[in-house]
Design a protein around this ligand. Structure first.
Ligand code: NAD
Length: 243
């Protein structure tokens, strides 16, 4: 039987992409909610919840899911690190996949970026560049944030190493700096490049998303996967077996 989901943020770009991809993925969108709707009552009758809305909606959604013991897929981005840390305490009480990007290619990019950071070390300056459509509300993207976390982890650096854009007399680039640059414009669905620049050579790893369907299908695959798991927070690497 088809997995029955509550889709939160249903009227948005991703909400519509998830609803369009659901039939081919064997999932039924049994309830749709958006800004201003109560999520608790419609959540009672579904098997899992998929959220692509706003970072401000995540707390209420997770509280309802914990109260009802429902598996959750969080695709929404834009949480501050402190906000996310608090929300993860709630999320781990239900089976939850939380991922800033549900595409298979980007999840492979995460693994490749980790491998390159480890192999190249700090002789190679790391910078992350992302571009998204002009309507995107948060920066850097959740995917860029994850790429930065990976580079910081591999280089044993903390968030003070991040350099969000540059302007004016910046001085020479510190070896430990990790640059991040957010471009916005047009209808770009999501481009991410990780650059490792050394003396005499430069490695660039790029992913370009051409259709929101890749995120939608990934999120629905995550919903199916998480609906049979024990409580805990998982990411797309777990769903795809790349962890
Ligand atoms: P969008 O602005 O087109 O849609 C967001 C929808 O959420 C709108 O319909 C809006 O009315 C609704 N909404 C806003 N506040 C709400 C609330 N409090 N409760 C319920 N609904 C609310 O945006 P989008 O492009 O669809 O992206 C939605 C989110 O998903 C963003 O955070 C975006 O960064 C993220 N995203 C994640 C992935 C991924 O793979 N994880 C991919 C694309 C987008």
């Amino acid at each position: 039987m088809a997995l029955r989901i509550l889709l939160n943020g249903a009227r948005g770009k991703m909400g519509r992409a998830v609803a369009a991809a659901a039939p081919e993925m064997g999932v039924a969108v049994a309830a749709s909610t958006d800004l201003g709707d109560d999520v608790s009552a419609p959540m009672r009758s579904v098997d899992a919840v998929v959220d692509f809305s706003s970072h401000q909606a995540t707390r209420e959604l997770l509280e309802a899911a914990v109260a009802l013991g429902k598996p959750v897929v969080i695709g929404t981005t834009g949480h501050s690190p402190e906000e996310k840390a608090r929300l993860l305490n709630l999320a781990e009480r239900v089976p939850c996949v939380w991922a800033g990007n549900f595409s298979i290619g980007v999840n492979l990019l995460f693994a490749l970026a980790r491998r390159a950071s480890r192999a190249l070390g700090e002789d190679y300056d790391a910078e992350v560049v992302e571009m998204h459509h002009r309507m995107k509300k948060d920066a850097p993207s959740g995917t860029a944030a994850r790429l930065l976390e990976i580079i910081l982890e591999e280089r044993k650096l903390d968030r003070t190493a991040l350099r969000h854009g540059r302007e004016g007399i910046t001085g020479e680039r510190a070896r430990t700096e990790v640059g991040v640059h957010s471009l916005r414009g047009g209808d770009v669905i999501g481009d991410h490049t990780v650059i490792f620049a050394g003396a005499g050579e430069r490695l660039e790893l790029t992913h370009r998303a051409g259709d929101r369907a890749v995120f939608a299908r990934g999120a629905l695959r995550a919903a199916q996967w998480v609906s049979t798991r024990k409580p805990g927070v998982y990411d797309m690497q777990d769903v795809l077996g790349l962890a």
